[in-house]
Design a protein around this ligand. Structure first.
Ligand SMILES: NC(=O)c1ccc[n+]([C@@H]2O[C@H](COP(=O)([O-])OP(=O)(O)OC[C@H]3O[C@@H](n4cnc5c(N)ncnc54)[C@H](O)[C@@H]3O)[C@@H](O)[C@H]2O)c1
Ligand SMILES: [Zn+2]
Length: 705
């Protein structure tokens, strides 16, 4: 499912010593006030590099080394724990997990009866001591043996009641964190106080938990994941039960006392008996991650029965009966290098962050949303800031906050536009979302001209001046309104006689029969031009299938990666009213020659109903004359192709299964050379690319002409 973070390479003893120092400092900041200089991925790679160096140079190991220590050995406490608060060992793949299970079963000499599978919450471990049902003390994990008293936080942690439903004496363990909402609220409070924010929910929670004399109070969230007898050797009936019940039943008891557990969330713990069942739950939790209102960084698998746990025991750092299945980091620190301002269809002026490219959850992220100008102000972002960027699965990447403690002093304020970047008119700043005062009209003309253009709906006789006239008369507001124009209304316009009206309406009528690829292109979905529109149309076959596609489905189309896919989905949702109007007007919504793609999300295994002809799932081109070929047309087309525009030639290439490209490279399979073919032809010859004449090409694709 994912790879272990690759270790930072440490070349020599001094690089090793520096790495140890950096790891210790980072961990101290991380568990302290949450102000580490490193993101988790960078920290984990550093520690793996340290471990690798130590394995090769056992004589050089420094006493400060974080390896094998709870919290990397960087924190201490003065409140001894009744029972050590340990770390967890990690696995990164199904194979690792199966190996770990087998190893544990070997150790105890029998199969593990049952497993608890629960989310690994991304916050701070805490021990909550209750006496006679009253919350009396909160202690951090510290170095595992002793932690820090943070009882001052009592009363600010949702899910950790000051009074339990029963007057029991017990120690509850769990994670203190911030939900997305609590994080926003905390940032707003801090912003109002000192003009800065927290870098991410985890560091906000860490800082808040330990803060004693802040003039503002931030709310935290707690989820319990364990309960212990207090004191550990207590002989009471409850203590005996806590020592002997399966973990899953202890969790039921914790919830019954009124403490929050993950039971009420979409990632509730379950009990599994087979490794496949564990793996299935891991995948479900991983899939739910992006939609959760709180952060998780993995899945914890625990032997459920007390007898199995007792027999497995502990190492100095972690229990042997539990493991953390780590998920890839979805948050990293990178640089904000610019802010772009785009005007949307409705006139909304939205900022977009340009980032130093960073790999996140399997893709390279270069842009992130910034919602609106208020969002920038609220976060106190500056150009050149180090920022935490979040992206999981199909979610559009977003900037969480600047990492204020990484500022160098060279950061610059972000300049807000003073006039609409599209039309130069004024900006309405009354709402959080800024708008061009012209609203939809700001982009209406340009987008209607585009939609009616030759390569899209190809509405002949509809000149730009005519579109202006229709807009000004209020007959249309967007291009779909063209399909609802009536004869009487058009005749009512200046310079519109019977003949020209008839011609215009006929041209609009004809536009209803354009292939889906052109209709789709007319919508002007951000990031999809003509050839991308053709690929999407051929892949899905119908507008219905396109609309049903998830971001993951869209990635089956060449050229749509994990960064673009969610943007296309969001754009289509925004365009839905326009699409509905096109459907109502009777505009064609299918792509000729492309069989409808299999229903969304059920994979790429659709059975071709047309004997290999036409677009089927991910392999639309199989069996076609140009299947899998990258084809470039250059020069003036002649012969049977003389009548075709360059775009029509490209459409032809793609109907015949090829991919139309504008430039010649080593991957070009075929060059169609028209008259006066110049440098592209020379380059093709130089690269040994096959070159054909227009006539030869026409013969090759005759069936599609
Ligand atoms: N960015 C940095 O500078 C920095 C520094 C130090 C550590 N870290 C991060 O912290 C990680 C190690 O942290 P750690 O040692 O606190 O945690 P760990 O990965 O060793 O896991 C143990 C912790 O998991 C938590 N947990 C969450 N859900 C749980 C559940 N259901 N059951 C049991 N425990 C659960 C508990 O707090 C427990 O203490 C590293 O992988 C690294 O990514 C980052
Ligand atoms: Zn404008």
């Amino acid at each position: 499912m994912n790879d272990a973070p690759s270790p930072t390479v440490l070349a020599d003893r001094s690089a090793y010593a520096e790495a140890v120092q950096l790891a210790v400092d980072s961990a101290a900041a991380y568990y302290g006030d949450g102000t580490s200089r490193l993101d988790d991925d960078a920290y984990d790679r550093l520690v793996r590099g340290i471990a690798a160096y130590e394995a090769g140079h056992p004589g050089h190991v420094l006493p400060d080394s974080p390896t094998g220590k709870v919290a990397g050995g960087a924190v201490e406490g003065d409140v001894p724990h009744t029972t050590p608060m340990l770390s967890l060992d990690n696995v990164f793949s199904p194979e690792d997990l199966a190996r770990w299970v087998a190893g544990l079963e070997r150790r105890i000499g029998r199969g593990v009866t049952a497993w608890s599978v629960e989310p690994k919450l991304d916050g701070m471990a805490i021990s909550a001591r209750y006496r006679a049902g009253r919350l009396v003390q909160l202690v951090t994990r510290g170095d595992g043996a002793a932690g820090e008293d943070v009882s001052h936080a009592i009363g600010t942690v949702i899910g950790l009641p000051e009074k339990l439903a029963e007057p029991v004496t017990v120690e509850i363990r769990g994670e203190v964190m911030m939900t997305a909402e609590q994080f926003e609220a905390a940032c707003a409070k801090r912003q109002a106080h000192d003009g800065t924010t927290f870098a991410n929910p985890r560091s906000a929670a860490a800082g808040t938990l330990r803060a004693q004399d802040r003039p503002y109070v931030c709310e935290l969230t707690f989820f319990g994941y364990g309960a212990l007898p207090l004191p550990p050797g207590d002989a009471s009936e409850l203590a005996t039960r806590l020592r002997t019940l399966p973990h899953s039943q202890i969790m039921d008891q914790v919830a019954a006392w009124g403490v929050a557990t993950t039971a009420g969330t979409p990632v509730a713990g379950i009990v599994a008996t087979a490794v496949e069942e564990i793996q299935a739950r891991i995948e479900q939790i991983a899939a739910a991650r992006a939609g959760l209102p709180f952060g998780i960084d993995g899945i914890v698998v625990k032997a459920d029965l007390a007898t199995d746990q007792a027999q497995a025991g502990f190492s100095s750092r972690a229990p042997r009966w539990a493991i953390a299945y780590k998920l890839p980091a979805v948050e990293k620190i990178t640089k904000l290098v610019g802010v772009e301002w785009a005007v949307g269809r409705t006139g909304v002026i939205a900022p977009r962050a340009v980032l130093e490219p960073v790999e996140l959850d399997g893709s390279v992220v270069t842009y992130a949303t910034l919602h609106n100008p208020a969002d920038i102000t609220r976060r106190g972002l500056m150009l050149g800031d180090s920022v935490t960027v979040y992206k999981a699965g199909d979610v559009i990447p977003r900037i969480e906050a600047p990492v204020v403690h990484l500022r160098t002093g060279r950061e610059q304020p972000i300049v807000f536009p003073e006039v609409c970047p599209n039309c130069g008119d004024a900006i309405d700043t009354a709402q959080e979302r800024w708008r061009c005062v012209r609203g939809r009209a700001c982009r209406a003309l340009a987008s209607i001209v585009y939609a009616a253009g030759r390569d899209q709906l190809d509405i002949e006789t509809l000149a730009e001046s005519r579109i202006v006239q229709l807009l000004e008369a209020g007959l249309i507001a967007d291009f779909t309104d063209l399909f609802f124009l009536t004869r009487e209304r058009v005749l009512g316009l200046e310079r519109m006689g019977e003949v020209s009206t008839g011609k215009l309406l006929a041209a609009i009528e004809a536009a209803k029969t354009r292939p889906l690829s052109r209709v789709f292109c007319a919508l002007g979905v951000r990031g999809t031009g003509r050839s991308m529109s053709r690929r999407i149309a051929r892949h899905f076959g119908t507008m219905e299938a396109i609309l049903a596609a998830t971001a993951e489905d869209l990635q089956a189309v060449e050229g749509i990666g994990p960064e673009k896919a969610p943007v296309v989905v969001a754009e289509l949702a925004e365009l839905r009213p326009l699409i509905d109007k096109l459907v109502a007007a009777g505009v064609n919504m299918t792509e000729p020659g492309a069989a409808p793609a299999p229903a969304a999300s059920d994979g790429k295994d659709g059975q071709g109903g047309q004997g290999g002809q036409g677009g089927q799932g991910a392999e639309p081109a199989a069996g076609l004359p140009l299947a899998g070929m990258s084809v470039v047309a250059t020069g003036a087309m002649g012969g049977p192709l003389a009548e075709l525009s360059r775009n029509q030639v490209n459409e032809l290439i793609e109907r015949a299964g090829g991919r139309a490209s504008g430039s010649v490279s080593a991957r070009t399979a075929l060059l169609v050379a028209g008259e006066k073919a110049g440098s592209k032809k020379a380059k093709a010859e130089e690269l040994g690319v096959k070159v054909v004449t227009c006539e030869e090409f026409a013969a090759l694709v005759a069936a599609f002409l």
